[in-house]
Design a protein around this ligand. Structure first.
Ligand code: BG6
Length: 491
C-alpha cells in the first residue's frame, strides 16, 4: 500500500449524500487524526459559489448531521480551511482547467476522486479529468451506485470509466460494506472455529436476509420510480451481504482473495425464469397505512400517478454450488415496513435424532426441541443471538427443553467505541488504496446478471406489484413464499 492520497476531489458536493455522509465522515476522520497532513478537499458542483459560501454550507451540514457531542468548533475551523470549492459542469474544459490549477503541485502525492453524481455524468467527468491531465497512476476514482439499470448499461458505465482508469484504480462504493456489522460477518465466520464446519447444506436449513425500512420515498420518487426495490436494494446491498454469507473462505483478507470468493458465490446464483418468478418472487407496493403510529400516504399518492414500481420485494434464491445445494436464501426488503430492521437469520436443521422423544411436538406434551437459530442483527441494534436448547428446570419425569438465547450485544461489548458512519471506513480505504470493501466489476456484472433474470421473468410473466398497507411486512404473498416451504419469516 502506498501513502494515502493528499487530495480528495468530490463531484456532487452540493448533493444530499455529501451533506449527510461524506462531509461528516471526512470531519470525523480529521477529528481522529486520520487524514494526512496538508490534506486538501476540493468540492465541486454545478452551482457557482465562492469557497467561503461553500464552507459555510458545510459547517451548517456538520451541525445538522453530526451528533451534538462530536461537533467541536476548533476541529470545524481546521476542517473549513481544508476545503475549496470549484464549480464544474461536465464538458466545460475551462472549469476542468481551473480544477487542475487547484491540484497543481499535489498530483504526485495522490488524488482520490469521488463521484457522487448521477451515473450519466461518470464518463464525461472522467473524460474531463483526463483532458485536464488529472489522471496519473496515483489517481483513484470512487463511484456511487447505481451503476447502470441492467447488465448492458452497467457495462457501458464501466467501459466509460475503464477506458481511462485501470480496474485497481476504480472503487465502486456499496456503503453496506462500510458498516461494521457487515464486516463483522467475516470475523464471525472466519475468526471462530465453531461456525464454519456447520456453515453448509448439511447443517443449515435456510438463510433469511431482511432489510426493512420505515421510510417511504419522500423527495426521492423521481429517482426511485422505474427503479424499484430490486434494483435499489437487492442488486447491491443485499447481494453483497448474501455473497459474504455464502462465499468460501478467502485465502487472506486482501482485495483479490476476498472478491474472488464473493464473485464465485454471486455467479452461482440460480437464474430465475418466467416460471420460477411466479413462485420464487413477490413484488409489492405500499398503499396508505400507519407506520409506528404515524398515518402515511401510499406510493402512488406520493408519486401523483399509478405506477408499476415495486417498493417491496421478497425472493427465494438458490446458490447452486457444492456448499449450498438445496438451501434456500430468502431475501426481503421494503419501504414502509413496521420497523427499521436489518438482519440475517441462519436457520439450522433439527438434530439428527432426538434422545428426548419426538421433536416438533411441543404443544402435545413433546419435549419442545427446536432447531438452532443464529440471528445477526445489523441495524438498528447490533447483536448476534444464538437460540439453543436448554433443559427447563423442574422435576418432571420427561425432560422438557426450552429455547434460551446466547446473546452477544456488540453495542455493549464495545461500549465506549464510537459508532462510525459507513463512509468513514470507505473514504479512509479509498485514500489508502485498499479496495477490499469496494465492489469489483465482475461482481457488479454477476449481480446484474441475476437481477436481469428476475426482471425479464417479471416482464414475461407479467408480474405486477401487489398492494400492501404501509406498516406491514409486504403483501401476504410474501408470507406464503416462505411458509409454503414450512418456514416462516423471523420477526
Ligand atoms: C440506499 C438506497 O442505497 O440505501 C436507499 O438507495 C436506502 O433507498 C438506503 O434507503 C438504505 O441505507 P441504510 O444505510 O439506511 O440501511
Amino acid at each position: 500500500m502506498t501513502e494515502p492520497s493528499a487530495t480528495f476531489l468530490l463531484f456532487g458536493a452540493t448533493g444530499d449524500l455529501a451533506r449527510r455522509m461524506i462531509f461528516p465522515s471526512l470531519y470525523n476522520l480529521l477529528s481522529d487524526g486520520l487524514l494526512p497532513d496538508d490534506f486538501l478537499i476540493i468540492a465541486s458542483g454545478r452551482s457557482d459559489m465562492s469557497d467561503e459560501d461553500f464552507r459555510g454550507d458545510v459547517c451548517a451540514a456538520l451541525q445538522q448531521f453530526l451528533p451534538a457531542d462530536r461537533y467541536e468548533a476548533e476541529v470545524a475551523e481546521r476542517f473549513r480551511t481544508m476545503i475549496q470549492y470549484q464549480p464544474v459542469e461536465a464538458g466545460n474544459a475551462a472549469q476542468f482547467a481551473a480544477l487542475a490549477e487547484r491540484v497543481d503541485g499535489r498530483l504526485e502525492r495522490g488524488l482520490s476522486v469521488y463521484l457522487s453524481t448521477p451515473p450519466s455524468l461518470f464518463a464525461p467527468t472522467a473524460q474531463g479529468l483526463a483532458d485536464a491531465g488529472l489522471i496519473t497512476p496515483r489517481t483513484r476514482i470512487a463511484m456511487e451506485k447505481p451503476i447502470g439499470k441492467d447488465l448492458a448499461s452497467s457495462r457501458q458505465v464501466n467501459d466509460g470509466i475503464g477506458a481511462l482508469f485501470a480496474e485497481d484504480q476504480i472503487f465502486r462504493v456499496d456503503h453496506y460494506l462500510g458498516k461494521e456489522t457487515v464486516q463483522n460477518l467475516l470475523a464471525l465466520r472466519f475468526g471462530n472455529v465453531m461456525f464454519e464446519p456447520l456453515w453448509n447444506a448439511t447443517a443449515i436449513d435456510h438463510v433469511q436476509i431482511t432489510v426493512g425500512e420505515t421510510v417511504g420515498l419522500e423527495g426521492r420518487v423521481s429517482y426511485y420510480d422505474g427503479v424499484g426495490a430490486l434494483r435499489d436494494m437487492v442488486q447491491n446491498h443485499m447481494l453483497q451481504i448474501l455473497s459474504i454469507i455464502a462465499m468460501e473462505p478467502p485465502a487472506r483478507m486482501d482485495p483479490t482473495s476476498v472478491r474472488d470468493e464473493k464473485v464465485k458465490a454471486l455467479r452461482s446464483l440460480r437464474p430465475m425464469t418466467d416460471e420460477t418468478v411466479k413462485t420464487h418472487s413477490v413484488r409489492g407496493q405500499y398503499t396508505p397505512g400507519a407506520v409506528q403510529g404515524q398515518i402515511v400516504t401510499g406510493y402512488a399518492d406520493e408519486l401523483g400517478k399509478p405506477s408499476d414500481t415495486e417498493t417491496f420485494v421478497a425472493l427465494k434464491a438458490y446458490v447452486d454450488n457444492w456448499r449450498w445445494q438445496g438451501v434456500p436464501f430468502y431475501l426481503r426488503t421494503g419501504k414502509r415496513m413496521p420497523a427499521r430492521q436489518s438482519e440475517i437469520v441462519i436457520q439450522f436443521k433439527p438434530v439428527r435424532h432426538s434422545i428426548f422423544g419426538r421433536d416438533g411436538q411441543n404443544a402435545g406434551g413433546g419435549t419442545g426441541l427446536e432447531p438452532n437459530t443464529l440471528v445477526i442483527r445489523l441495524q438498528p441494534e447490533e447483536y448476534i443471538r444464538l437460540q439453543i436448547m436448554s433443559k427447563r428446570p423442574g422435576l418432571e419425569q420427561q425432560v422438557r427443553l426450552e429455547e434460551v438465547t446466547l446473546d452477544v450485544s456488540l453495542t455493549a461489548a464495545f461500549a465506549g467505541q464510537r459508532r462510525r458512519i459507513a463512509y468513514e471506513r470507505l473514504i479512509l480505504d479509498l485514500l489508502a488504496g485498499n479496495a477490499t470493501l469496494f465492489v469489483r466489476r465482475d461482481e457488479v456484472e454477476a449481480q446484474w446478471t441475476w437481477i436481469d433474470s428476475i426482471i425479464d421473468g417479471w416482464k414475461e410473466a407479467n408480474v405486477k406489484p401487489a398492494a400492501y398497507s404501509s406498516g406491514n411486512w409486504g403483501p401476504s404473498s410474501a408470507i406464503a413464499l416462505i411458509e409454503r416451504d414450512g418456514a416462516s419469516w423471523h420477526e
